[in-house]
Design a protein around this ligand. Structure first.
Ligand SMILES: Cc1cc2nc3c(=O)[nH]c(=O)nc-3n(C[C@H](O)[C@H](O)[C@H](O)COP(=O)(O)O)c2cc1C
Length: 245
């Protein structure tokens, strides 16, 4: 009896399936990337601890130079978040800004334009008139209420790894926010808190050989709040990529 060899067909099927899976994976990733936005008003409901652990496990899968995994987070929940929020607000009223890593010295050209566009979008959403400095300052101070979030992650990197440790931590922030988004949990990275780095060191007992980069406040979004009603856009590919060859 003639044995028919269908292995070529299996190979085609495997390839078609693999391509299909890749398309689904990319579409899922795109969905997460598009749905995620910085949340500036949270509900008080806590996130279950096992979900926070899942988010951290995903975030820690990002690459880092030499696989050093420089990130470390202190996570606050419940009364600890409220205690921190109160102390932070007091510090922001009285403290002198002193970030561990120097803040940008200026934003010019397209960076200035994009910065203004996202600032105006926020102010418009919450009803702050252009030029109303007192109202925009009040909105800025919302950073120090953690926008009402029930949790805050305090992200640090070893001082000795310098800018490259911070670079690796940027990937950690992105993966953290995407994993959270996949679980329906909203996030906002907050470099605003880095202005009060000495206070953060004291409050969380963070040694000087680590740099405080930013906080990530997280929880469930208050979707009725105007601060969550706008979305930012992104530059065209031709503005961010140069093609050679
Ligand atoms: C490292 C980092 C720090 C940020 N710090 C702040 C902050 O202190 N306060 C704030 O309101 N938004 C902060 N953001 C959010 C950005 O403003 C926001 O990502 C940007 O406008 C794009 O909007 P989207 O996140 O909604 O897509 C920060 C984002 C990143 C990545």
């Amino acid at each position: 009896m003639l044995a028919l060899d269908f292995s070529w067909f299996d190979a085609i099927l495997r390839r078609v399936n693999a391509e299909g899976e890749i398309r689904v994976a990319l579409s899922n990733l795109n969905q997460l990337l598009t749905a995620r936005h910085s949340c500036r008003a949270f509900l008080s409901d806590p996130v279950p601890k096992d979900q926070i652990k899942q988010i951290l496990t995903c975030a820690a899968r990002v690459p880092s130079w030499c696989n050093a995994q420089p990130w470390h987070v202190v996570i606050t929940s419940g009364a600890e978040t409220d205690r921190f929020r109160a102390a932070l607000q007091e510090e922001a009223q009285t403290g002198t800004p002193a970030p561990d890593l120097p803040f940008p010295t200026s934003y010019s050209g397209p960076y200035q334009d994009r910065r203004r566009a996202c600032g105006w979008a926020l102010y418009e959403a919450v009803g702050v008139e252009r030029g109303d400095r007192a109202a925009s300052a009040r909105q800025m101070m919302e950073n120090f209420t953690l926008f009402g979030a029930p949790h805050c992650a305090i992200l640090t990197s070893p001082a000795e790894l310098g800018a490259y440790g911070a670079l690796d931590c940027g990937g950690f922030i992105t993966a953290f926010s995407l994993a959270a988004q996949a679980l329906g949990i909203a996030t906002i990275p907050q470099a605003a808190l880095a202005a009060y780095s000495p206070f953060i060191h004291r409050y969380f007992d963070i040694p000087d050989d680590r740099k405080f980069l930013c906080a990530i406040s997280f929880g469930y979004a208050d979707n009725e709040h105007p601060a969550n009603s706008f979305r930012t856009d992104r530059a065209d590919l031709n503005e961010i990529a140069q093609w050679l060859g």
